[in-house]
Design a protein around this ligand. Structure first.
Ligand code: F6P
Length: 480
């Protein structure tokens, strides 16, 4: 039985199945996975429950092969597809990022209801696995919008547990949330309110949750400070004559682990890529961006802003290169495939309009290549982070930590990171292409001393709450 449990859709490792039938485990990259793994390693009897995603994962479950401290759930592939692609990524992601193209979307019909049932069943599988594995009074930390119903379902199964849920995305504004059918919205909110503690990256998203919960569920909202002085807000609620309960809402702004990131960025393979990129870029300035090919990241308007910069300020011709990395994401969904294709198309249009024999204005890489991204981070003069809405955006925190000459940060007012970084960033509305183009010019012309000073402060803020500390703070809050 485990005394601390984490639940997330994507887990800390995945299995590869070789042609000869052997299975090998590979740990996932990224600061969050390594921070959480390190924090869990310090807890006695910790367990990470996650979904089996690859064929290798499902085979590992079938054979009963597990890494210590990890339990994978192999769900019916159709149920999983409906829950992950059909609801989590097509409905909840679009809801929380305000991405619907409203004249046509959303459509809540019989097909949606069928998928919602799968989403409920998928959450239920997690709740049951957690209930089965948790020791009396254990702490359970549930991650993200994939598992929003788990806290309520788990509380029904195991009222003795301490349950936290952390949302890594934004939370929809009350108005936008109100687009969901009433019963679904209530189920979603009551699912979340099954937790003792709810965490968000910023007060902007936490307040949106409290506002939305207030529509249906709240009997009152309270606020206070923990003994360490951190503020919390709370929602009192009572469901259908049940006992009165409270859920505390807190903000834990995830940061990056400076030592880990710097050591990753200085591995020999990154040095090699850096040398190759430097040879290609020459002595031109660089504007760097790294995203999943995700609609909320606003890559297209970022490219339009770069094009406007080149149109309005010809002095930058042949003096700047836009290094863009786009990791293909959720390619099972047509809307993501189309978005990825439009990004590549627009980059090519810009190259065709301005490029010369010696200068490619946009160097776009459409692949999951963290080595290239780290090399680009190191040579970034400007970082462009312009999402239309984003839970946090860790790239905005990573680039200042790694950039060698100091980089000027052009940052959307709607990124979660804006709350902490705005003082030293050049902030822009993500919809205002002209403002973004002007900010790029300002960033490119920022005096080196000012750039270095700002970068130093940005890096200090970015590393204030590294993943391991972020996790332990939540555990403390849950225990407190
Ligand atoms: O932003 C929310 C989030 O869950 C991130 O934590 C993660 O980077 C991303 O979405 C993962 O998306 P997916 O698992 O669909 O690739």
């Amino acid at each position: 039985m485990a005394s601390v449990l984490v639940a997330s859709n994507r887990g800390p490792l995945s299995y590869a199945l070789a042609a000869d039938g052997t299975l090998s485990a590979r740990r996932g990259g990224g600061g969050l996975v390594s921070g959480l793994s390190a924090a869990l390693a310090e807890q006695p009897d910790a367990l990470w429950v996650c979904a089996a995603l690859s064929d290798g994962d499902r085979e590992a479950v079938r054979r009963g092969v597990f890494e210590p401290g990890v339990r994978m759930l192999a769900l019916d592939p159709e149920v999983y597809d409906d829950a992950y692609n059909g609801i989590a990524n097509s409905v909840l992601w679009f809801l929380h990022h305000h991405l619907w193209d409203v004249p046509r979307e959303p459509v809540f019909d019989a097909e949606f209801r069928r998928r919602w049932e799968s989403y409920r069943a998928y959450n239920r599988s997690f709740a049951e696995a957690l209930a089965e594995q948790a020791a009396e009074g254990a702490e359970v930390l549930v991650q993200d919008y994939h598992l929003a119903l788990v806290p309520g379902q788990l509380r029904e199964l195991r009222p003795d547990l301490r349950i936290a849920h952390f949302t890594h995305t934004p939370w929809a504004s009350p108005d936008y949330l109100g687009m969901l059918p009433d019963d679904i919205r209530e189920e979603l909110l009551w699912g979340m309110l099954g937790a003792d503690e709810l965490g968000f990256h910023t007060w902007r998203w936490a307040s949106a949750f409290i506002g939305g919960a207030g529509i249906d569920s709240a009997e009152g909202v309270a606020q206070g400070f923990s003994p360490s002085g951190d503020p919390w807000r709370g929602v009192h609620h009572r469901r259908e004559g049940g006992p009165k309960r409270s859920t505390r809402v807190r903000v834990h702004p995830l940061g990056v682990d400076a030592d880990e990131l710097r050591s990753l960025a200085h591995r020999p393979e990154v040095d090699e890529r850096l040398a190759a990129l430097r040879a290609e870029v020459g002595d031109r300035r660089t504007i760097v961006r790294v995203d999943r090919t995700e609609l909320s990241k606003n890559v297209l308007r970022g490219l339009l802003a770069y094009r406007e910069l080149l149109r309005e300020r010809p002095e930058w011709h042949d003096r700047v290169v836009h290094l863009a990395s786009a990791y293909p994401s959720r390619q099972d969904l047509a809307v993501y495939r189309a978005y990825t294709a439009s990004v590549a198309e627009l980059a090519e249009e810009i190259n065709a309009e301005f490029g010369t024999e010696n200068w490619r204005p946009v160097l776009l890489s459409v692949k999951d290549d963290f080595t290239r991204s780290l090399a680009a981070y190191r040579m970034a003069d400007v970082a462009l982070i312009n999402p239309v809405r984003d839970g946090m955006n860790l790239v905005a925190k990573e680039i200042p930590v790694v950039s060698e000459a100091g980089c000027a940060l052009v940052l959307s007012t709607r990124a979660g990171a804006y709350e902490e970084l705005r003082g030293d960033a050049l902030t822009v509305s993500p919809y205002d292409v002209s403002e973004t183009a002007r900010a790029l010019h300002r960033a490119l012309t920022m005096p080196p001393g000012e750039r270095a000073e700002r970068t130093k402060r940005l890096a200090a803020t970015a590393t204030a709450l590294p993943p391991q500390r972020w996790f332990l703070d939540q555990l403390d809050a849950l225990r407190g």
